[in-house]
Design a protein around this ligand. Structure first.
Ligand SMILES: Cc1cc2nc3c(=O)[nH]c(=O)nc-3n(C[C@H](O)[C@H](O)[C@H](O)COP(=O)(O)OP(=O)(O)OC[C@H]3O[C@@H](n4cnc5c(N)ncnc54)[C@H](O)[C@@H]3O)c2cc1C
Length: 478
């Protein structure tokens, strides 16, 4: 197998690897898949080095913020796929679903007590950094976190980039060196010949594999879309075949489903951007030699691919990884104070402008505004756990327009996005929401009430620019 770049591996606790342990433990918390997986690949490398089996522990807590039936169903679908794949490869896999809050406490330590070392996922957002840091303190052996988040290792940058343009320039300089460092498509193939592992009996009997959580918010129900690695791969195949060739012209059209729909799978780590890029590269017959030499930060022309594919890569690589970059290097990425100075200044200048109407969180939640198009977007979020890409921008801008003040708009966007969107609680949740308030954007004229110099959007303009009737027919009031 190819070596994993050192830049992607972080020692979380500086404790020793103990040769006397029974197995290498991989604690799957964010990259919930079996393919194109640097973390799993690293754990298997360690198994081979130490002559020990692999044990994979994939837990699902029920008490994290915004936990609901919707996210559980999606993750459980993925656990079923993982179970089948690990079983086939002869790997001991322990999917643990916490039934009641706190029931899983002590489980990681109990498993790690038998381990030579622990490998986990490096993910810069939401509850994961605090959870893995706490886990690393508890376990008696070395814990390493592996970053398989994107094409560019998180720690290759050392600073938060303020704009997509600045980040694109950085990528165009640095990315070519990382394009040869893709993870193995099927790391489990290297498990052949490893000794068989098993879950310690005292662990199994104290924490039996549970089927469904009892303490869970059922007011956010599961959606029709299935989760899991198999569904993600099937969607990727359909998208590259049918929609990718028109992506640049249809992505923002509300009458069409032009985008990939991959964000929930990317969010839960059920597919990796390396797998998505591998599919694109193979479709286009592309190789690194096709890259342009220019590092001017242009959106088009750098990859040397058709315009539609380049437009998609700009979202998947530039915009998505900009979000990961900011979560890694901006300690307060989720606070209002992390907005650029010009944005805070202009919003403060207009904070006391009269607002009419003003809606509460509950009115927004129930899609009870005066605006049928906005309500349709909110209904799509409630029903499907996603919002059409263009409508999501409008959705955020109108929350800014109709909230009491900008900090309240931020609170409302975070609450609704992270509670209902399958892809919420992600670095790109914060990129998108803070973009509404000026992050990664520039000042726009003319200066307007409430928005100041923040980019402005209206439902009327949207309806003028595109045919919104099909969208309203689907998600409008019954
Ligand atoms: C207010 C607001 C909230 C948002 N919240 C989220 C969120 O919670 N989770 C989330 O993943 N994205 C979020 N976005 C960004 C964007 O809307 C979604 O990533 C995109 O609509 C997902 O659909 P798709 O997978 O079909 O995207 P595609 O157009 O097919 O793009 C492919 C992938 O590129 C990435 N991507 C696309 N657009 C963006 C973008 N503008 N910024 C960053 N990455 C992007 C995503 O990973 C996406 O899956 C938000 C945007 C706004 C304006």
């Amino acid at each position: 197998m190819t070596a994993i770049p050192r830049l992607r591996i972080r020692d979380l606790n500086h404790k020793p690897v103990t040769g006397g342990g029974e197995y290498v433990l991989y604690w799957m918390v964010a990259a919930r898949r079996t393919r194109f997986h640097f973390g799993l690949q690293h754990a298997i490398d360690l198994c081979r080095e130490l002559g020990r089996p692999l044990v994979v522990f994939e837990p699902l807590r029920c008490d994290y913020r915004w936990a609901s039936e919707r996210f559980h169903r999606f993750i459980l679908d993925g656990m079923n796929d993982n179970d089948a794949r690990f079983r086939k490869a002869g790997i001991a896999y322990y999917p643990y679903v916490e039934r009641r809050s706190g029931e899983g406490k002590g489980l990681l330590s109990a498993l790690a007590a038998h381990a030579c070392c622990v490998v986990t996922d490096d993910y810069p957002c939401f509850m994961i950094p605090a959870m893995t840091a706490a886990g690393a303190r508890q376990v008696p052996v070395r814990m390493e976190a592996v970053d398989g988040n994107g094409l560019m290792p998180l720690r290759a940058a050392e600073q938060a980039f303020p704009t997509a343009y600045a980040f694109r320039r950085f990528l165009q300089r640095e990315l070519p060196g990382h394009l040869a460092e893709f993870p193995e498509p099927d790391p489990l193939a290297a498990c052949a010949g490893l000794p068989a592992g098993s879950i310690p009996e005292e662990v199994r009997s104290r924490w039996p594999e549970a089927q469904s959580a009892v303490d869970l918010d059922r007011s956010v129900p599961a959606v029709a879309m299935s989760g899991g690695e198999a569904a993600a791969t099937a969607l990727l195949d359909r998208f590259t075949r049918d929609r990718l060739p028109l992506y640049d012209t249809t992505r923002n059209d509300t009458a069409v489903h032009g985008s990939s729909g991959l964000s929930p799978y990317l969010h839960f780590g059920q597919i990796s951007s390396h797998q998505v890029c591998t599919a694109l590269f193979s479709r286009e017959g592309w190789s690194v030699g096709d890259l342009s030499d220019s590092t001017a930060g242009k959106r088009q022309g750098w990859w040397g691919m058709p315009a539609a594919t380049e437009a998609f890569l700009d979202q998947l690589v530039t915009w998505r990884e900009l979000g990961f970059n900011n979560c890694t290097w901006l300690p307060d990425y989720d606070s209002y104070e992390s907005l650029p100075g010009w944005a805070r200044e202009t919003l403060a200048k207009h904070a006391s402008d009269p607002r009419d109407p003003v809606y509460s969180l509950e009115q927004f939640r129930k899609a009870e505004t005066h605006d049928p198009l906005w309500n349709a977007a909110q209904r799509q979020l409630l029903q499907e756990g996603r919002i059409h890409n263009y409508m999501r921008m409008l959705w955020g801008k109108k929350i800014l327009h109709w909230s009491e003040e900008p900090r309240e708009a931020l609170r409302i966007m975070i609450e609704l996005n992270n509670r209902y969107a399958l892809d919420g609680r992600d670095p790109n949740s914060y990129s998108g929401i803070f973009w509404v308030l000026g992050r990664h954007d520039r000042a726009w004229g003319p200066e307007r009430p409430i928005f100041g110099k923040i980019r402005y959007m209206t439902s009327e303009n949207t309806a003028r620019k595109m045919n919104v009737k099909p969208y309203l027919a689907r998600f409008g009031e019954a």
